[in-house]
Write a protein that binds this ligand. Structure first.
Ligand code: FSO
Ligand code: SF4
Length: 538
């Protein structure tokens, strides 16, 4: 195996024996093969579009397949073999494009061992040129982010054929001999589609559940047994809330589910009790002490400990061998009765921390723009000197303490704009308010970085300046490929001078980094003191 798609990759170069994430060599190889077959499907379906013979199911299948290979989503061999078989069937049902089709369009396995052999042969290292490999990986990883957000939007009934077509164009492009400029162009186009998919998901979430309102969420525990829901899928939460209403159990959010408390549609569920725990790297301790069943709707799932494995349920594209999986029925519904039954006989959750503060969330674009007058006045009269976008992911590495320390060291006339699970490093620090405005404005999940863009654009308009002339600095932390997409989306909007950490992506070659530095002034983070001085400069 060779995988370098996340920030925790071994030695900052690549996982070659087993992933730090827990991904086994065999699963990594299946990932590579599945993506290879997706390229073949794309070549055929793009051609079939010209003659009206395209398969309309391809776009969503590709999104599901790409999402399944994203870090910490699915570790289950059986699910990948099934996806690989589906991919071959789908590809072979499409008309061949001619006699000189790429191997990805025609290769067929004779045995399960063939899958392994082929997966090994078509992995990342099959591309010898370092810069080509870097640009193709950046594109594929960005598209994994598109795929993740697109599947969430689709579940809520929002689709966009242009996004599906871009996934096919991007996948097919990696089989072509393109110039560096063409590949850079595709990476930037991926960022543009990132903005589109983030907007689509924003419309899907707000259309289904209302506009988030600023909300203080408690972090205590009740006396009833609970079900913990983690990941990003709001539809799963809705179905779980609906099915568990009269069961005598409480529903707790974890990780990226915290912002769900801010949606008006969930207010009626009085058993949506509190948020339990923090970001994904802490799940081993938190799932243990929760005592009840845990529903994992998307990444990030960490290989579960035996002590609580039987209480874990995956759904959607997530999976882990030996863990119960709640499947989606043909009409899109799910049956959560097994979790609910398990919860009824579980002990209530244990309190994680005495006096843990309530967490403020729901500071998405509508909520912040509703108080735009107060925010603009605070900037004009100097009460707010700078906004720092500290969005993105949390992770296991000690080097991420930089972000906690940075937040703690920020002067009192600064406001943090956040989204994603990185927020857990600052949202319980008690950073206070400025004229009633929370100093940590949590827009929501990582996909709600879109809100931060809308807020920045509104401020730029209000102040009559360009987006790069606002008193906003970007200090972004990344872990997996959704964050790669968010970064590309920000770049596509022309946002410059972004600081990225805690390390730069292993898949960015020196020459590609040079392009990013020259065109976008992208920087790696350094020390809290130096970065703070640079970012607070007027
Ligand atoms: Fe975190 Fe995981 Fe939302 Fe990521 S839970 S790390 S960017 O998957 O998706 O922020
Ligand atoms: Fe390694 Fe990250 Fe890939 Fe897992 S996802 S195998 S930790 S690079």
């Amino acid at each position: 195996m060779f995988c370098n798609q996340c920030e925790e990759t071994v030695k900052g170069t690549g996982c070659t024996v087993k992933g730090v994430c827990g991904k086994e060599d065999e699963i990594a190889v299946y990932h590579d093969l599945l993506i290879y077959l997706c390229k073949g499907i794309s070549v055929r379906n793009l051609e079939a579009m010209k003659s009206g013979k395209a398969d309309p199911k391809v776009g969503l299948f590709l999104a599901d397949a790409l999402f399944a290979t994203l870090t910490n989503v699915n570790f289950d061999k059986a699910r990948f073999i099934d996806l690989i078989n589906q991919a071959i069937t789908m590809r072979d049902a499409l008309p061949p494009t001619g006699t000189d089709e790429p191997d990805a369009c025609t290769w067929k396995p004779a045995s399960e061992n063939d899958l392994i052999m082929k997966g090994k042969a078509v992995g990342l290292l099959a591309t010898e040129n370092e810069d080509v490999r870097s640009l193709q990986s950046t594109l594929i990883y960005g598209m994994k982010g598109i795929a993740a957000y697109y599947t969430h939007a689709e579940i809520l009934g929002r689709t966009d054929p242009a996004i599906e077509a871009f996934l096919q164009k991007g996948l097919a492009s990696t089989l072509q001999d393109l110039s560096v400029d063409e590949m850079v162009g595709l990476v930037l186009e991926c960022g543009e589609y990132g903005v589109k998919v983030l907007a689509l998901l924003d419309a899907a979430n707000t259309g289904a559940y209302g506009k988030p309102e600023i909300k203080s969420v408690k972090t205590t525990v009740g006396s009833r047994p609970g079900i913990l829901i983690t990941g990003h899928d709001l539809k799963d939460l809705e179905m779980l809330l609906e099915q568990s209403q009269d069961a005598g159990v409480d529903i707790y959010t974890h990780g990226e589910m915290l912002p769900a408390h801010a949606y008006p549609a969930f207010k009626k569920y009085t058993h949506l009790y509190a948020n339990y725990g923090g970001s994904w790297p802490h799940q081993k301790e938190e799932f243990e002490s929760f005592n009840g069943p845990v529903l994992v709707t998307t990444n990030c799932i960490v290989p579960p400990k035996d002590s609580y494995k039987e209480r874990i349920f995956t759904t959607g594209l997530t999976g882990y061998p030996g863990v119960a999986h709640i499947r989606t029925r043909d009409d899109g519904t799910k049956d959560f009765s097994s979790l609910i039954e398990m919860a009824k006989s579980s002990k209530p959750p244990e309190l994680l921390r005495e006096n843990s503060p309530d967490l403020i969330t729901g500071c998405a674009h509508d909520a912040v723009l509703a108080i735009a007058g107060t925010v603009i006045d605070a900037v004009k009269n100097g009460d707010i000197k700078k906004f720092i976008v500290m969005a993105g992911c949390d992770g296991r590495r000690k080097s991420r303490e930089y972000y906690t320390q940075f937040a703690e060291a920020l002067p009192k006339d600064t406001v943090i704009l956040t989204a994603g699970c990185a927020k857990y490093r600052y949202n319980s620090l008690g950073l206070g308010t400025i004229g009633g405005i929370p100093r940590v404005l949590d827009a929501g999940q990582c996909n709600d970085c879109y809100s931060l863009v809308v807020i920045a654009q509104a401020l730029a308009e209000a102040f009559g300046v360009g987006i790069n002339d606002l008193p906003i600095a970007y200090n972004i932390s990344w872990y997996e490929q959704k964050a790669v997409l968010v970064l590309l989306a920000l770049l596509s909007l022309g946002i410059k001078d972004i600081t990225l950490g805690p390390t730069l992506p292993a898949f960015i070659s020196p020459a590609v980094l040079d392009v990013l530095v020259k065109n976008f002034d992208l920087k790696s983070n350094t020390t809290v003191e130096d970065d703070m001085a640079r970012m607070l400069k007027a």
